[in-house]
Design a protein around this ligand. Structure first.
Ligand SMILES: [Fe+2]
Length: 207
């Protein structure tokens, strides 16, 4: 089961999945087809994670679809969002996110569910608990809940409302595969300042 780990633990890939993708048979198009089928038939986010998580791990460890531009990052942002797929109504977005060495993203939510699978390098994923009563839209008290290093093939599943940060502590660009229930620039999402407790809506630059 993946759902009970949602937002809190790293789930390593199963050995059969690693072996199964050696022939390069799993494509982005096939993943999107599976994604549509799963989301079309399941409403519960934990069950979506159970079904989709292993497939995201499989695509993340299948290198045939990768392109050299996925390795590039936006130095102003500290990472780049490379779109692999986005539905016309902005749901079901699939990205490769490349992270600048020594950079990352502050605590944030997504306004939707997220399934993240490691592609290359090791990324530090920290999850946070929300402590305040959510009565003020520009204020949030959060504290660290868990911290784990995600390696290629590892999975991080975050339910709607979950808060995490990602950091690349290494000296090389890291890559991860991100799948969202809705494109994150079309949700109401926030980033959080641990020192000032400020919460503000934000969008990301997309390649
Ligand atoms: Fe995120």
């Amino acid at each position: 089961m993946i759902s009970r780990f949602a937002g809190a633990m790293i789930v390593p890939p199963n050995r059969w999945m690693m072996e199964d993708c050696v022939d390069g048979s799993y494509s982005v198009d096939a993943y999107v087809e599976d994604l549509r089928r799963i989301v079309g038939g399941i409403a519960d986010e934990g069950k979506i994670f159970d079904e989709l998580g292993p497939l995201a791990q499989r695509l993340a460890t299948e290198p045939s679809w990768r392109k050299p531009e996925h390795e590039t990052f936006n130095p102003e942002q500290g990472f780049s969002v490379h779109v692999l797929h986005e539905e016309p109504d902005h749901t079901l977005a699939v990205f490769v996110v490349s992270w600048e060495p020594g950079n990352g993203v502050v605590p944030h939510d997504h306004g939707t569910w997220a399934v993240v699978a490691g592609i290359e390098g090791q990324e530090r994923n920290t999850t946070y608990a929300r402590l305040d009563d959510r009565s003020r839209p520009d204020y949030a008290e959060i504290e660290v809940k868990t911290e784990a290093l995600a390696s290629p093939g590892d999975l991080v599943c975050i339910k709607t409302g979950g808060i995490h940060s990602v950091w690349n502590d290494s000296d090389k660009v890291t890559l991860s595969l991100h799948t969202y229930g809705t494109h994150v620039n079309y949700t109401r999402r926030h980033q959080f300042n641990l020192e000032t407790n400020a919460a503000e809506e934000f969008k990301v630059s997309v390649e």
